[in-house]
Design a protein around this ligand. Sequence first.
Ligand SMILES: NC(=O)c1ccc[n+]([C@@H]2O[C@H](COP(=O)([O-])OP(=O)(O)OC[C@H]3O[C@@H](n4cnc5c(N)ncnc54)[C@H](O)[C@@H]3O)[C@@H](O)[C@H]2O)c1
Length: 436
Amino acid sequence: MKTVEIAPATGKLGILLVGLGAVSTTVIAGVFAVRKGLSKPIGSLSQMGTLRLGKRTDNRSPRIADLLPLAGLDDVVFGGWDLFEDNCYEAAKTAGVLDAGLLEQIRPELEAIKPWPAVFDRQYVKRLDGPNVKKGANKKDLADQVVADIRTFKADHKLDRLVMVWCGSTEIFMGESPAHQSLAAFEAGLLANDVTIPSSMIYTYAALKEGIPFANGAPNLSCDIPAMVELAALTKTPIIGKDLKTGQTLIKTIIAPGLKARLLGVEGWYSTNILGNRDGEVLDDPESFKTKEESKKSVLDYIFQAHLYPDLYKEIHHVVRINYYPPRGDNKEGWDNVDLVGWLGYKMQLKINFLCRDSILAAPIVLDVALFLDLAKRAGLSGIQEWLSFYFKSPQHAKGLYPEHDLFIQLMKLKNTMRWMIGEELITHLGREYYD
Ligand SMILES: NC(=O)c1ccc[n+]([C@@H]2O[C@H](COP(=O)([O-])OP(=O)(O)OC[C@H]3O[C@@H](n4cnc5c(N)ncnc54)[C@H](O)[C@@H]3O)[C@@H](O)[C@H]2O)c1
């Protein structure tokens, strides 16, 4: 029996991206390239993943895209904001992620996407400044302008539904403030230009007001404050964040659960990166880096659960560094040194050197999150979508719960949520039936 009714994915889906930088342009160009049959959507669960149904002996593992009513890539339309005026083709060239040869083949589609003026204030991203910025009487006025952009986009492209993903730069570190505690306080703060409301929250507010699902690809708070949770409940809108889980943290949340599963101790985990793209430049500012650092550091605490295993993990020294190094562009290099402790306290070391491509890892997960949030909305789900924590470094979670960081538990949760949505039996991996 079906647990939820899922409305069909009729018509077109608008994907609103805040920030047309390296990640966004790689998602957009990727979708165009896949549509034209030029490339494959590698790394995307929504496009390439399968879902096992029933018993292992049933041999039923349909493609997720065939099983769930997801929006098709032909029905997706992109729009976005940036403080630079470059169209999507120029921005993709500047980002330097994709080959010029590929970009030329999809040039007209990319050139057609021109960013709307951004809500931007240098106070929150110190290393950036650009000309394509909105002016407004106050922050409420700026939010209204974002809503107007969204409505015009929807009407111009005859869109059926929308989702928004923040792919803008990482803002300075900020804790929760009184203006974040309720919707009423937040709305008063918008009118009063409260300094604790950064640009990212203005977009989030505009999306949620319109009932548009929102995901946060960066570590700034954005939808992870009580006021936004309240607004999401009010407008029945799905939300999720924060900070896309790519690169070093992805590897960390693959390796750490394995070490813990075998009860191997860890004395230290030293992670360092060199990165030369605009994201690296922004993160070179200590206040933006602090936001990222908090997000990157929490994963090991939750995975290792030192309070349950003090002999193994209590004294762990976890250090994370990012250095801006222009020659590498978007091709980040991450080094990890893990100091392990085994049987009888004997020490070992594990070295990981990941030569990755930041936006190549991030693009498929932006696409998946957008398509799954749209599915969630059509399935009548609202508020925090914890089943999508698979994609995030600091998964947003309900108050009083600890976040789940183990990639394999996250994947099981994601797949079981899909089974639950379509009324299929959940898979517990108990497997008694094969032996009884
Ligand atoms: N690439 C990854 O693997 C990865 C992983 C996790 C998180 N992220 C986060 O995703 C975000 C995007 O990363 P990127 O590599 O594309 O960076 P980028 O610097 O190439 O792109 C960010 C874009 O956002 C724009 N921007 C900044 N503030 C804005 C605002 N208020 N309104 C509109 N546009 C704004 C910038 O002008 C820039 O074009 C960053 O916050 C980054 O930390 C990236």
